[in-house]
Design a protein around this ligand. Structure first.
Ligand SMILES: Nc1ncnc2c1ncn2[C@@H]1O[C@H](COP(=O)(O)OP(=O)(O)O)[C@@H](O)[C@H]1O
Ligand SMILES: [Mg+2]
Length: 157
């Protein structure tokens, strides 16, 4: 059984004079350890394909497929609660645009460890330790978002 199984995925957005079909019948199948790169011109539907997999196509976008399954879980018909137990723990997405996908009121570290706390049940200290165990060498470590936090007077993270 494939780990990821997408069959005839279609995503449409309502548009003037009809629907804009952003993804038109995409099928793919991946096994554990497989790596797939999707290449295409801008606007060809790469991001929307992955947003559909994650259940993140914004309203009023419409997702249809013959099959959209990860590790045997039917992603198309599961509840939001069930989906949260799979997505985030076993499937993750690195968003293209940090200014819209990261919250400037929280440090990057907090946002990295949130997933560990939610899905693995780690407390803050354990999640922080896990993050540190795979952190980058200091020379390439980016500046903490915390300094921006104090400048913009956001609530403490
Ligand atoms: N929320 C949305 N509402 C309407 N159209 C969208 C939305 N998101 C993406 N699209 C359209 O879907 C098509 C595919 O976009 P996208 O998947 O972002 O392309 P790319 O291959 O560059 O990642 C484009 O025509 C884009 O304008
Ligand atoms: Mg894209």
């Amino acid at each position: 059984m494939a780990l990821l199984d997408i069959e005839e995925l279609t995503v449409e957005f309502p548009a003037q004079g009809g629907a804009l079909r952003a993804v038109d019948g995409v099928s793919l199948s991946l096994g554990e350890g497989d790596v797939l790169g999707i290449v295409g011109e801008s606007g060809s539907g790469k991001s929307v394909t992955m947003l559909a997999l994650m259940g993140l196509v914004p309203f009023p976008g419409r997702v249809r497929a013959k099959r959209l399954a990860f590790a045997g879980h039917d992603l198309l018909h599961m509840s939001a609660h069930e989906r949260r137990r799979v997505i985030g723990r076993d499937v993750a997405m690195i968003f293209q645009e940090p200014t819209t996908s990261l919250n400037p009121c929280f440090t990057i570290g907090f946002q990295l460890t949130e997933t560990l706390r939610l899905h693995l049940g780690l407390d803050r200290a354990a999640a922080r330790a896990a993050r540190r165990s795979c952190s980058m060498p200091s020379a390439s470590r980016p500046r903490r978002a915390g300094s921006a936090t104090s400048r913009t007077r956001c609530p403490a993270a």
